[in-house]
Design a protein around this ligand. Structure first.
Ligand code: NDP
Ligand code: GDP
Length: 323
């Protein structure tokens, strides 16, 4: 039975990846940190019905000694490094923590892999935010232009992954993933904020939804499709880097319209633009070119944005349904 170690197992992608790997017969270990009030918050793993089949191991990306012990103890064949301070807006308020977890944390786990499991295959969760949105379409050759402390930190992780591959021969791949969503997306990200807001308005729990710049464009896919691409990358004989995207870009405004329309609500009656939610620097346009991942790995997304938003609205309506 192959063994996988997932950092960030309690996050959106960690939950979907756990589900995928378990369905393929893997033994799954997940790095998790305790919190004072919840122990480990495994609500996403529970939502997908896999919590009791994932073995949680205690550790934090900032603690190299813990990572060394975890990698040595679990002896993984594959390591998926998904842990990060992943919210762009927070990265301006906590730039040092973001640099440490999202950037230096990658070097910590690479060091642990190099020392304790040099033959394991390694996946790094890189991000389309690294591109900065200056080009009309972004692929593996597009120059990087990070526009937030988050993107700067992700670039460190991306280059560290490539450097450990070239310097020490690690089987290390970096997936440059465009935005991907699901009912398990963090509530602060715009898709989930919108679907949660729509559900609150529908149930009479709120009347307005405050948003920032809704003219920006994103290339949105479904997390379930994107974790499949992560796994496919590590099944390759040779490590490599791939852009994972749908190739379609949509404004936040259009995404909102889909969500409100699904709940039979008029967006214009409820959305309030709040300049306080504008970012210090913005990535105005992301649109990925998935040609390489399609050609080399045979990957293609299954869910379209309309499907994703409908699934998210339905899940939030159900979660918030008055009892
Ligand atoms: P989430 O924010 O949902 O999950 C982040 C995970 O990282 C959580 O499990 C969190 O644990 C963990 N984590 C945070 N800090 C630490 C730390 N110091 N030590 C250990 N674990 C920590 O992110 P997603 O699942 O959406 O994304 C997965 C990865 O992919 C992230 O690296 C993200 O930056 C990247 N990415 C995501 C994209 C997307 O659209 N979703 C696009 C491109 C890249 P806890 O539950 O305890 O907070
Ligand atoms: P990101 O692409 O990783 O930053 O993902 P987000 O979902 O957080 O943001 C996507 C885009 O939506 C960004 O360009 C934001 O500026 C924009 N946006 C507009 N209003 C909001 C809002 O209220 N919350 C968030 N999170 N983003 C917003």
């Amino acid at each position: 039975m192959p063994k996988a170690l997932i950092t960030g197992v309690t996050g959106q992608d960690g939950a979907y990846l756990s589900q995928l790997l378990l369905s393929k017969g893997y033994e799954v270990f997940g790095l998790a940190r305790r919190s004072s009030h919840l122990g480990v918050d495994d609500h996403r793993l529970r939502w997908l019905g896999v919590a009791d089949r994932v073995t949680l191991v205690d550790g934090d990306m900032l603690d190299l000694s813990a990572l060394l012990r975890v990698v040595a103890r679990t002896e993984p064949d594959e390591i998926y490094n998904l842990a990060a301070q992943s919210f762009v807006a927070t990265s301006w308020d906590q730039p040092i923590l973001t640099s440490q977890v999202t950037g230096l944390g990658v070097v910590n786990i690479l060091e642990a892999v190099r020392a304790a499991a040099p033959n394991a295959r390694f996946y790094q969760a890189s991000s389309s935010e690294m591109f900065g949105g200056r080009n009309a379409v972004q692929n593996e050759e597009t120059p990087f232009q990070p526009r937030s402390p988050y993107a700067v930190a992700k670039l460190m992780g991306h280059w560290a992954t490539i450097n450990y591959r070239e310097s020490f021969g690690l089987h290390a791949s970096s997936g440059i993933l465009f935005n991907h969503e699901s009912p398990l997306r963090g509530i602060e990200f715009v898709t989930r904020k919108v679907t949660d807001g729509v559900a609150r308005i529908r149930h009479g729990l709120a009347s307005e939804l405050r948003l920032g710049n809704i003219d920006v464009k994103r290339d949105w896919g479904h997390a379930r499709d994107y974790v499949r691409a992560m796994w496919m990358m590590l099944q390759q004989g040779a490590p490599d880097d791939f852009v994972v995207a749908t190739g379609r870009t949509t404004t936040v405004r259009e995404m909102c319209e889909i969500a409100f329309a699904h709940a039979n609500l008029a967006m214009d009656e409820h959305v309030v633009i709040d300049p306080a939610l504008y970012r210090p620097a913005e990535v105005v346009l992301l649109r990925g070119d998935p040609s390489k991942v399609q050609r080399v790995l045979g990957w293609a997304p299954e869910a379209a944005l309309e499907d994703i938003i409908r699934e998210m609205v339905e899940a939030d309506l159900e979660r918030l349904r008055p009892t």
